[in-house]
Design a protein around this ligand. Structure first.
Ligand code: AGP
Length: 610
């Protein structure tokens, strides 16, 4: 989720780039840089680790003069946040300069091949392979920058928003796949950015580039093509959002924006790690799968529920004993920990004090430690032995949404990786689950269609005035019920409890009456019929049942007062899809009640005090 800005026109590019990048800082970054083409064509590059203000201070003291430039703020995926790994990246002769947002899935083989052909790499990033590829193709295309970029992208797999300039050309070439990019159309000037806020001070006429689009920008206009070089038409849209609405991508809250960002976030979590050809998962972590005999998962809140899913997945796929604790309990219960324990801490922020202190407690007794974390460079990432970043991008809404589904997906990949490494998972089983995981962005996209979203909104508004809710689920979707209950209560302030569906008859059933909506996750599962029995127990006591069913399951629809259909998903990956339906149920309920979903009362995004 890096910030990208490009400019060509009469203005001093440096001013536009720094202004634009500062409007993207909510996307988070750990380094920033610009490249500006001087009047004589020479391209100057300035890049600094740390906050954008570090770069701005250097440029303030020594401005770069020129009216064509590109700028970048980095949310590191490969390579530490430092000056060298910051973007832009330049070719060896300094004539070609690129910035990139996304993940190049096949960068390692590309880097090896390019190195063998004599290219010298300066950074640890995946992005740098792009500039060397383009440099090679440029030499083969009688100096056609657009064609060089187009051919280079033909060798690339992954997610990219890339912007390229060349000292010998007054033009900017860009392309996007998965990573967002928007073009601003001015009078005698053109702009590019990874998000609308960067462009609003200069123009409201915008073109939202589609997946697979390429674009060439000149001072007086632009041309959009597909990756095959065929021209395509893209409409110029007038954007009347104010600055705050723009940061929310036109949604009425960061939380809603982040719910709808999940297909992209999941793509970024999974991409580069799933290898269909071998059925292997590559997590790029140093952990030795044979070096521990049991796993302790430690987290808080939503992260804890992602950990609960992980417990099911790891025990089922890797056959390793797993225990799980909320961090605030783990710290004080004198846990049994030794050098044969792997302690996994899960955290969106990487700063939750309970989880951080629990990590320290585990380390004190010799545990190996792994962090499943979103925020780059956060405290936990500096104290664990290894970090599996979830790459969900900055999450602004206090109620966690995309970080949850990305954490669950990361847990699935970890379970697959452990299962293969320990021989408890056959190649065939691994391939099937890996393909199911690869489907997740598309399945979530299918759930987020206007028709399904509108239906969930109607269900939410129908029950918005209930005083209490019950959420029930079984197996790997039992944690989904807990997460759904948390989502509802933390933004609507309605009391909501969750239980493993089979547990309801051991007490909670006393709560059931005609005033009690009961949300039951009853998607495709070997436990589906047992779950339906629990539903019938609820209905026998006049409870109102909101049934979450797999698409096409008409047989069980009659057991629900209302039914929410979700795309059919393999059971092990279904918690990701089901959670999105419950996120929508919660946010529409809270909106109906007029609550501030981004800043719920009493809550903080990261609980950094005890
Ligand atoms: C999630 O919706 C809540 N805001 C809260 O439970 C959160 O998950 C918890 O505080 C843990 O935060 P972390 O993932 O940043 O450690």
């Amino acid at each position: 989720m890096c910030g990208i800005v490009g400019y060509i026109g009469p203005r001093q590019a440096q001013d536009v780039l720094i202004s634009g990048l500062s409007k993207l800082e909510y996307r988070g970054y750990d380094s920033a840089g610009v490249a500006i083409q001087e009047q004589d064509g020479h391209i100057d590059v300035c890049k600094k680790a740390g906050k954008l203000s570090n770069l701005a201070a250097v440029l303030e003291a020594e401005p770069l003069l020129g009216t064509l430039g590109i700028g970048h703020t980095r949310w590191a995926t490969h390579g530490l946040p430092n000056d060298t790994n910051a973007h832009p990246h330049a070719s060896e002769d300094g004539k070609i300069v690129i910035i990139h947002n996304g993940i190049i899935e096949n960068y390692l083989p590309l880097k090896e091949q390019l190195t063998q052909r004599g290219h010298v790499f300066r950074s640890e990033t995946d992005s740098e392979v792009l500039v060397h590829l383009i440099e090679e193709k440029y030499a083969q295309t009688n100096n056609d920058l657009y064609e060089a970029v187009r051919l280079a992208l033909g060798d690339v797999r992954g997610a990219y928003g890339i912007v390229v300039t060349h000292a010998d050309h007054r033009e900017i070439v860009a392309a996007r796949t998965v990573s967002p990019m928007v073009m601003g159309v001015g009078e005698g000037e053109m702009f590019l950015a990874s998000d609308v806020p960067a462009l609003l001070p200069y123009t409201r006429e915008m073109v939202f580039l589609h997946d697979g689009d390429m674009v060439i920008l000149h001072d007086d206009g632009f041309k959009v093509t597909d990756l095959a070089g065929r021209e395509v038409q893209r409409n110029i849209e007038h954007i009347d959002w104010d600055a705050e609405a723009a940061e929310k991508g036109g949604y009425d809250s960061y939380m809603m924006k982040e719910i709808f960002e999940q297909p992209t976030a999941l793509t970024n979590t999974l991409i580069g790690r799933l290898h269909d050809d071998t059925g292997e998962v590559n997590l790029d972590i140093k952990l030795d799968p044979a070096s521990f005999k049991r796993i302790s998962i430690i987290a808080c809140g939503t992260a804890f529920y992602a950990g609960m899913v992980g417990e099911y997945l790891i025990e089922q796929l890797a056959r390793i004993p797993v225990d799980i604790d909320v961090a605030s309990e783990y710290r004080y219960r004198d846990p049994l920990v030794n050098e044969h324990t792997l302690a996994i801490v899960m955290s969106q922020s990487g700063e939750t004090i309970d989880t951080l202190e629990a990590l320290r407690e585990a380390k004190k007794f010799g545990a190996k430690t792994l962090g499943i974390i979103n925020a780059k460079g956060s405290s936990m990432t500096r104290e664990v032995d290894d970090t599996l970043y979830i790459h969900a991008g900055p999450e602004i809404g206090v109620a966690s949404t995309k970080a949850y589904t990305s954490m669950v997906s990361a847990m699935l990949m970890l379970a697959l990786w452990l299962g293969r490494a320990r021989g408890t998972l056959t190649e065939q089983q691994s391939r099937e689950l890996l393909l199911a995981a690869r489907e997740l962005p598309r399945l979530v996209e299918q759930l987020l269609t206007p028709e399904r979203v509108e239906h969930i909104k109607q269900v939410a508004e129908k029950y918005a005035y209930a005083r209490d809710f019950l959420f029930l689920g079984r197996g790997v979707n039992s944690p989904t019920a807990y997460e759904g209950a948390l989502k509802l209560k933390e933004i609507s302030y309605i009391h909501a409890e969750a239980y493993a569906a089979g547990e309801m008859k051991h007490g909670p059933i006393a709560l059931i009456d005609e005033h009690m909506p009961v949300v039951v996750i009853a998607t495709e599962s070997k436990l589906l019929e047992k779950t339906i029995s629990n539903v019938q127990e609820v209905r026998a006591r006049k409870g109102k049942v909101i049934l979450v069913l797999s698409e096409g399951d008409t047989e069980h629809a009659r057991y629900g007062d209302d039914v929410i259909y979700v795309p059919r998903a393999q059971e092990m990956v279904s918690p990701v899809v089901n959670a999105v339906a419950l996120q929508l149920l919660a946010i529409f309920t809270a909106q109906k009640l007029g609550k501030d979903v981004d800043k719920p009362r009493n809550l903080a995004k990261a609980v950094t005090v005890e």
